[in-house]
Each structure stands twice: as C-alpha cells, then as structure tokens.
Ligand binder design. Structure first.
Ligand SMILES: [Zn+2]
Length: 545
C-alpha cells in the first residue's frame, strides 16, 4: 500500500498541464488549454485542460477528472499503478506501508527466468515449439519457458532463498501429503502478465502427455483467469492505435498472430469470454474480433460471446476457423493474406447470434418456426432500441415473416427518449457562477431551492451535496456559459424566482383541494413575493412555506 501522506505529497507536485502535455499536444485557449480528445475520435478539439482547476474535461464524450484519472484512463492503469507512473514521471519517491506488495511477484519473476533458462537448455521442448512455427524472436518476446521435474523447481526456490510461502501464495508450488510440489511439471510455460506488465501467473502445456494438455496458475490475489487476457500487456498499445482487438482461444494463436504482424491479438485463458473480461475490453472501445475454432465448442462459445458483447454494445464481429484450422496453423502455413481478409470480413455479432439461433430450428416447419421466432425475439429485446429496430428487418427476412410479428421492447425506447438532453442556459450559468466561487453557495441557498430549477434540478442538487463532484466539470469548463458577476447573478436569480413564483401562483389558483381561506393566504403571499421581486428585491425561499 502506498502511504496516504505519500499520495498527498505526489498530488501536491502534479501539474495537470505538464502531465497531459506529455501525452497530447495542448494548445492555449483563453485561460485553458485544448486538444483533440484522445478518448473519442474528433477533428476539432473539445478536450479542455484547466490549469487553475487542475482538471480536464471533454465536451465531446464527457470524460474528465484530475491528473491521476487522466493517467488511469490514458494508460489503462489502476489507481495505484497510475500513482506509480506519475511518481516516476515527476521523479518523486513513493513511500509504501510495507514493502511486501513489491515483493509479491518477485518469486514469479525469478521462477520465470529459471523456466526460460531451462527452455534454452532443453532440446525437445525447443523442437516442439519450432515445429509449431514459432520463431526465436517470439520465444523471447513471449518469454516461453520450460518447467522441470517438481523437485528441481523446489530446489531452485530453496537454493535461491526465495520465500516458499510467497511461492505457494502465487501458485508456483503447493503442499500435498508428501510435502511441497511444483504446480507445473514438465511443461512449456507461458508467463501471463497483468495490463500493468506485472507477471501474475502461467499457462503451461504438457510435452510428456499429461492428461491435461493445458493448465493455468490457480486463482491467487493477482491471478483471476476470468479477468485476464493472455498477451494484453504486449498488445495494449497496438489495440489503442489500431482501435481493434483480436480475441482468440489459445496461447499459440496469440504468439503466431503477433509473429505475423497481428499485434492486437490476445487470448482468454482456457475459459469462455465472461462479463469480467468486459472492463478490460472496453478500455479503449476497440472493435472486437472473435477468432474462434469451427468445432461445436468453438461455435457455441462464439455465440455466447456475441450475445454478451452485443448486449454491452461492443462493435465488432466473429471469424470462425473451419476445417480444424486455427490462426496459429494459418500463420505457420504462410496464409497471412487469407487471415487478413478473414479478419476484415468478420460476421457482425448480432447477425451471428441471430443466425445461430435460427439454425437450431427447422423453419420449414411452422411450430419450429414459431419457437425460433420466440427465441430470436427474446434476444433482440435484450439489445439497445436502435439495434432492435435495425435488426428487426433482418429477422423478418431470415424467418420469411412479416416485420410486424417481431416485437421490440418499448421500455428500452422510453429510456432513450428521456435521455434526450434539454438545457437551460440561465440555470447552467447560475450553477457555473456558484461553482467558480463556492462561498456564494450559502447565500444562494437562502434564496433558491432545487425545485426552482426546471431543467437542471439534478445538477443543482449535486452542487449542494457534492460541490466537488467531477460531473460538474462539464458545466464549470463550458466556455459558452457565462461566469456572472455578483450583480448579474442577482438579476438572473430574480428572473428565476419570478418564473418560479408565477408558476406557483398559477398552480395554486387551480388547486381545488385547498381550503378557500388557505388559498387566499397563499396567493397573497406569492403575489407579495412577485411584487418584491419586480422591485428588484431578492426574497428568502422559506417565505411561502
Ligand atoms: Zn472526448
């Protein structure tokens, strides 16, 4: 753990303009700096960096935050990782609570070096790897190794004074009835790295005919195979640049695809693609290409992944490798062009899923067709309304039925309608003015209440409850909103209040359940308020309640 005072020290030394300009070209614009947003494609800069507020905000896609948040998003790092990165960039030493965190993966690093050394001494493993077409360069790039007999690994740990309980905790060894044993025995090893380039485990393939062809490290505090993707650490930058990620099913596929120049390739670790993988995939919003085997298991896995990805609104498609070929074989056979055109003509997730469902039924048979319609319609309804509308036609064609038989989910469409943003410039300017000078909040609160804001009630409530909430930066940094001086603020508040009390008057005059006596009293109060406002006097909010 990095100590809190050490984090504070780092924060005090960060300048957001310095930091961001190491990643982007910033141009001065008034009191702020601007750039084209790195998080969404654009030609005109809407990414604003404010040196006085030490924050950034994009008016195009809504991202925003401080220096730490920027490094987290831009470099795809976790919070502590981005602190470490910033500390290096600014030449500041971080102080850790205890040093164990840094030590944790040391045993994995050492054992990985040991396995690599053994690989280079072992003829038969080298032969196997070469027979798969893997080059010396790739062997080094992917740090392919060889895990020896169990006792050799234990001896290595002992003679190098590596902490055995760390080794156990990191899944290198375990304790059985006959004492310690190595988890990887006589296997080719593929180290698995976290996105921050820290070794967290291994995948391992037998070469002596063990029952399980491939095994992985067990679950540890760093190794969760449902979240990690093999090769992501090496592919990360290319994924960003190319805006694309190829997801395969095997270690060798990744290695061979990289070898052929498909540098955005990664693999799941012997598991299906799960919900837990999505945050990693979402990071740079790339186009996702699933490269799966053409056997039954591969196609089923592809279908499940398509459903998952289309429901989460990923863009991309599937490539199925037929005739028992996989991407690794194709690279080995030199079919690079063919691979290229396969990846370029992937089948859209939604089309793949619809085809998969329909193919389960004999649609010449009416009752089967009915079942197909129900199942495919259920899937359609799980998608965003725009996709529902788009693919309705495709389903109708596919099943040869009228489009009106396919139902779309109106709840989703209603959600979409209310998302349409209405804005009120005056209300936003009042909020901005308070944000600029937060001392004003107290004074403003004696006069207005959030119910007086017609459009931006939520934002005003946020201003009251969490004035430092980052989503308010959207207002704070919006240059088309004015920052009022005190006189203008008073004027605008008068207008806001007049509008509010005039509405109130209208409502109360038509309220039938009020007693006549109360009604008269209230109307008099409101009319008096309006009179005072018209004479330019701000009144306290609680007068009418
Ligand atoms: Zn943006």
């Amino acid at each position: 753990m990095i100590r809190a005072d050490s984090i504070d020290n780092l924060k005090n030394n960060l300048d957001i303009v310095d930091i961001i300009s190491q990643f982007l070209e910033l141009k001065k614009s008034g009191a702020n700096f601007k750039a084209c947003c790195p998080f969404h494609g654009e030609d005109t800069p809407s990414f604003v960096v404010s040196p006085s507020k030490q924050i950034y905000h994009c008016f195009g896609c809504g991202v925003g935050g401080d220096s730490i948040k920027f490094v987290m998003e831009y470099e795809k790092l976790s919070y502590p990782e981005s602190l470490e990165k910033l500390a290096t960039m600014c030449n500041i030493d971080l102080i850790y609570d205890n040093q164990t965190n840094k030590q944790d993966t040391k045993v994995l690093e050492e054992i990985n070096k040991f396995y690599q050394k053994l690989f280079n001494q072992n003829e038969s493993t080298q032969q196997y790897i070469k027979s798969r077409g893997i080059s010396d360069f790739s062997i080094e790039k992917f740090e392919i190794g060889y895990a020896p007999k169990s006792q050799d690994t234990i001896n290595f740990l002992k003679t190098n004074f590596l902490n055995l309980s760390d080794a156990k905790e990191m899944g290198v060894i375990d304790r059985g009835t006959n004492g310690l044993y190595s988890r990887f025995i006589e296997r080719i090893t593929f180290p698995i790295y976290s996105i921050s380039n820290k070794i967290v485990g291994f995948g391992a393939r037998t070469i002596t005919g063990h029952n399980a062809k491939y095994i992985n490290s067990p679950q540890t505090k760093f190794f969760n195979k449902s979240k990690l993707l093999y090769g992501y650490n090496l592919a990360k930058e290319h994924i960003y640049k190319m805006n694309q990620i190829i997801v395969t099913e095997g270690y060798l596929d990744v290695i061979m695809l990289h070898q052929a120049g498909f540098n955005t390739s990664v693999a799941t670790l012997g598991t299906a693609l799960t919900k837990d993988h999505l945050p990693l995939l979402k990071r740079s919003e790339p186009k996702v290409i699933l490269a799966y085997d053409g056997d039954k298991a591969g196609i089923n896995a592809a279908f499940k992944a398509c459903v998952l990805l289309s429901q989460s609104e990923f863009n991309g498609g599937v490539v199925i490798f037929k005739d028992g070929k996989d991407p690794a074989d194709m690279v080995k056979d030199g079919k690079i062009e063919e691979l290229n055109s396969l990846f370029n003509s992937s089948t859209n997730f939604i089309i793949f899923a619809i085809d998969f469902i329909v193919a389960k039924y004999d649609i010449q048979n009416i009752s089967q067709k009915q079942k197909a319609l129900i199942e495919v319609n259920d899937y359609l309804k799980s998608l965003n309304i725009l996709y529902q509308d788009e693919y309705k036609k495709y389903i109708a064609q596919k099943l040869n039925i009228r489009e009106s038989l396919i139902k779309i989910d109106l709840i989703k469409s209603r959600q979409l309608e209310t998302n349409v943003n209405q804005i009120d410039i005056a209300e936003l300017c009042i909020i901005k003015t308070v944000l600029e000078k937060k001392e004003r909040l107290k004074q403003v609160l004696t006069i207005v209440d959030s119910s007086m804001f017609e459009i931006h009630k939520k934002e005003f409530e946020l201003l009251i409850n969490e004035p430092d909430n980052q989503s308010l930066n959207l207002i704070l940094l919006n240059e088309s909103l004015e920052n009022y001086d005190d006189d203008r603020l008073k004027n605008e508040l008068l207008i806001l209040l007049l509008r509010f009390y005039t509405n109130q008057l209208n409502i109360i005059q038509h309220k039938e359940e009020l007693l006549f006596k109360d009604k008269v009293l209230l109307i008099r109060k409101i009319k008096d308020n309006i009179k005072q406002l018209k004479s330019g006097k701000l009144i306290n909010y609680n007068l009418i309640s």
